[in-house]
Ligand binder design. Sequence first.
Ligand code: GLY
Length: 358
Amino acid sequence: MRSVPVELGERRYDVLIGDDTRRQLAGILAAVLPDAARAAIVTQAGIGVSVDPGIPSDRFNVPDGEQAKSLAVVEDLCRDFARAGLSRSDVVVAVGGGVVTDLAGFAAASFQRGIAYVNVATSLLAQVDAAIGGKTGVNIPEGKNLVGAFWQPKAVLCDTEVLSTLPPREWASGRGEMAKYAFLGGKAGFDDRSASSFLDLPLDEQVARCVAIKAEVVTADEREGDRRMVLNYGHTLAHALEASAFGAESGSDLRHGEAVAIGLVFAGLLARRLGRIDDERAELHRQVVGAFDLSPLLPAEVDPGRLLSFMSRDKKANHDLTFVLDGPDGVEVVRGIDRTDVVATLAEMQHREGGRGQ
Ligand code: GLY
């Protein structure tokens, strides 16, 4: 089992990665939360991962899908916790992917003004990203993750054994987030020119390397003052793709990580257009996305104007267009981007590839 610390002073915790970490839950709860007498296990009906917290527990299922990330579901959970008699010294255990960890984490942050929670991440995407870092929250019709809290878990368990039953599209989604880390390397990272050899590593090591990069960034900027925004690399377009015509309600089923992969290629081309990187570096974005077996193509029917309006609403935007872009000093937040450059880059992607589905 590998252990990666997230060093946040009194809020520090370990991310444990291995093929049986779910079975360590009782011991970990006893060690990090010795006063917890009761656990609320938050999961989904289809997750099928059973855990033993070693203390009396109740299980609460939340609905599937991004639409489950709502204030109504948080209210339901908090009422469930109250009826189960959860006290401030007890613990919420989230068992699932990013929807579950975001919901359970925010319910834990809110219930009695904050009780402890532990994530048992069961999807690749949650293991390398969503379950770590303390950003919890839900969606409102005006945008994704617009209501939430910074609330760090007490531990994160990444059980790589349970990933064996993950559907192929969920693997692809996780790989999109993994591909992002190729460009965020830093001292904990993997060489951005060796995505293929990275993919030859044992899965637990791949996960641990991504977690180490994320942990380093979160430690440097827990509450997303600036640096932490680099974790949103590729996400400005990805969120717009998900929020606009290509959300679940449209019948298109672009997964989050698949949208991030397209967003990475877009970010590379935009950075090149702005003279921040050269052709070779922009092309590397496409190569890395390809090495992770993901498509770089914009959906064919994309409406650049609609995407632009969603990108302007992105939380990072602060009213102008803000992107996380590669450059001579690495990936960083760049504000005040001209809309015409964004539209031209979208058009370049459409013209170059003809678009997905044509
Ligand atoms: N929960 C995801 C993050 O903190 O980045």
